[in-house]
Write a protein that binds this ligand. Structure first.
Ligand code: GDP
Length: 219
């Protein structure tokens, strides 16, 4: 999938700013430094679209990007960075929950897990929470170019244990591995969504998610 036009749309810093969009929405979640911005840039084929951060845990806003005017990418704040100020961690939950659940819920959530490490407790909590909310999600391993063959197998096994109904996709923002596969999953959501009835009107559901922002999770 070749993106012709990917552009920054807007940011939300609190639940009341979460926009109601008329296009399918694909959200990207994962712990800080997992490689989310790099993957977003690689997917959209535009270097620097989502900032690649060197100070993880410092972005708490939700960023919206519009891809070819027909698909929204939603970049959520990374969770579980222990060095982030407490106020930042406190804010992860309500804002991210709102971005995932408001206006009928996102159409697909890409849950990113660092391929070099087994999924953390926070990753597992996130997976359980997404499932409990009925959100469609797929696990994606990042930074696969850094792994040896034996490590790749271990990473895939760990991921399979986390998500019984989806094998997950191994990716690398550096080599482009898995990007076409991931695009296929995203495209299928776009097609599914076009058959759905129009979105319900603006609603602000107050739903509590896991308290993942209270946990610490060291690098
Ligand atoms: P974010 O905090 O989740 O948005 O993560 P970033 O995209 O900012 O990446 C964090 C760090 O990991 C940066 O130094 C990136 O260059 C590096 N990185 C991200 N993706 C890859 C990848 O696929 N391969 C390698 N080798 N490094 C990556």
């Amino acid at each position: 999938m070749k993106v012709r036009n990917g552009r920054y749309l807007r940011s939300a810093t609190k639940p009341s700013e979460v926009p109601s969009l008329q296009v399918p929405r694909v959200a990207f979640v994962g712990r800080s430094n997992v490689g989310k911005s790099s993957l977003l840039n690689q997917l959209a084929g535009i270097r620097g679209l989502a900032r690649v951060s060197r100070t993880p845990g410092r972005t708490r806003q939700v960023n919206y990007f519009l891809v070819d005017e027909r698909l929204a990418f939603i970049d959520l704040p990374g969770y579980g960075y222990s060095r982030a100020p407490a106020s930042l961690r406190e804010d992860w939950g309500p804002l991210s929950e709102a971005a995932l659940l408001m206006h009928g819920g996102t159409d697909l959530v890409i849950l990113l897990v660092d391929g070099r490490r087994p999924p953390t407790e926070l990753d597992r909590q996130m997976a359980e929470w997404l499932t409990s909310k009925g959100l469609a999600w797929i696990p994606v391993l990042t930074k696969m170019d850094k792994l040896r063959a034996s490590e790749r197998r271990m990473a895939a096994d760990a991921l399979a244990a986390m998500a019984a109904d989806h094998p997950g996709i191994a990716t690398s923002a550096r080599t482009g591995e898995g990007i076409a596969h991931l695009w296929k999953e995203i495209e299928s959501v776009g097609r599914r969504d076009s058959k759905k009835p129009p979105r319900p009107p603006l609603e602000a559901r107050r739903v509590r998610g896991p308290r993942v922002h209270r946990e610490t999770d060291r690098e």
